[in-house]
Design a protein around this ligand. Sequence first.
Ligand SMILES: Cc1cc2nc3c(=O)[nH]c(=O)nc-3n(C[C@H](O)[C@H](O)[C@H](O)COP(=O)(O)OP(=O)(O)OC[C@H]3O[C@@H](n4cnc5c(N)ncnc54)[C@H](O)[C@@H]3O)c2cc1C
Length: 423
Amino acid sequence: MADEQYAIAIVGGATAGAEAADAFAKHGFLTVVFEQNPRPYGKVEDGLPKWHVALRAKEYRIIDKKLCQEHVHFVPCTALGRDFQLRDLVENWGFHSVVLANGAWRDRQLPIEGADKYIGRGLVYQNPFIMWFNHGHEAGYEGERFETIDGTAVVGGGLASIDVAKVFTMALTLVRLAERGIESDLVELEIKGIPKVLAGHGLTWEDLGIEGSTIYYRRRREDMPLVSMPENANEKVQEKIQKSRLRTLEKAMAKYLFKIETLLAPVGLIVEDDWLVGLEFAKTIVEGGRVKLTDERVEIRAPQFISSIGSIPQPIEGIPMRGELYDYQDWDIGSLEPFPTLFSVGNVVTGKGNIVDSRRHAKKVAAYVANDYFQIAEDVKKLEPLDDKAREALLKRIGARQQKLQYVDYESWISASKPPEFL
Ligand SMILES: Cc1cc2nc3c(=O)[nH]c(=O)nc-3n(C[C@H](O)[C@H](O)[C@H](O)COP(=O)(O)OP(=O)(O)OC[C@H]3O[C@@H](n4cnc5c(N)ncnc54)[C@H](O)[C@@H]3O)c2cc1C
């Protein structure tokens, strides 16, 4: 098959989108990646807290390599739903397939009626908070601003909520050290752990007088997904994984000094002077993997609550929803009924907040699209290759958008818009 006879659009250029682009480019498909931001690094840049310097640099390099290659046309600053519409993309642009790789950027709502009324008045959601933590110090930052208030309570229990809790203990440690004329940084704290860094200056955590942050989790410590549980794990494997989760958690708590309270599910708001000052929690029990609320209630007061209970996809016009998720017809390949040529990859469909899972899923779906789906479509003669005129028209459309953005090529675009040094 000659190159660029088939064209694929990918929405989102981060871990999953870049992986899919790489697979399609290797098949010689004309691959167009639309990314809403100037840079295509997604959660690697805006989700992972900024102390993950080495991981972030490694993932940037991987994404760059996959997007900067023959047959891949990168279109930055172009958002589906804002700059172009899904139905138009699927039906009119000339693409043989559209792949959604737009991740999960909306915070799942705290499940207490009326809670969102207190956003900015005692209640904060994880995604904008980490965005600020990572970028708030940059000259051009125009997003929301937050504070690292001592004693903040984090509602959650996944990996991300541990990072949120760490933001407080680490950032407050740096402030207290700076007050004593001691310089350290987030990377040093991340690598050595807070107690070791303090000991190096003859200090203890108690000397700093920091209360720190506490995570409130509705399950048990051994349920925290710090080590993934394989599907259909037998009892012995489950026990082993739970032990390993406990070990990992204990190590993290000893190093970063956040606290955890378990078996508590938020059920009510405590409001004073129109400000969220506390949450009412129901005590829970975990039975057969399910969380059950008891009648017992506990009131927790804190100067600020951060909800970190998961990220879900942003609704986009044309995409059918089931509750808070896209209404996929087939969850393995992220297909959506109204659009037979559309598939989805990575976090937008797996819901798993993890780089390896996003990449693995994108690889699997891209292989399915390039092989099985195209074969099936060819067999039923639904797949007309692009003729020269159609290819030119598509490239012209893409080129016009790139030109408007003064985009010339991936390498020069990225080197001009590299994120500033983080720390
Ligand atoms: C606090 C925190 C800590 C984490 N720590 C780790 C960790 O230590 N290890 C790990 O493996 N994982 C970690 N993760 C999870 C990991 O970062 C993500 O799961 C993974 O990077 C998701 O990749 P993705 O490509 O599927 O989605 P994303 O990275 O979300 O990429 C989606 C892309 O689509 C773009 N996009 C969105 N909407 C549109 C639109 N409408 N039009 C065009 N483009 C759009 C976005 O800008 C983005 O570039 C963490 C996440 C968080 C929040």
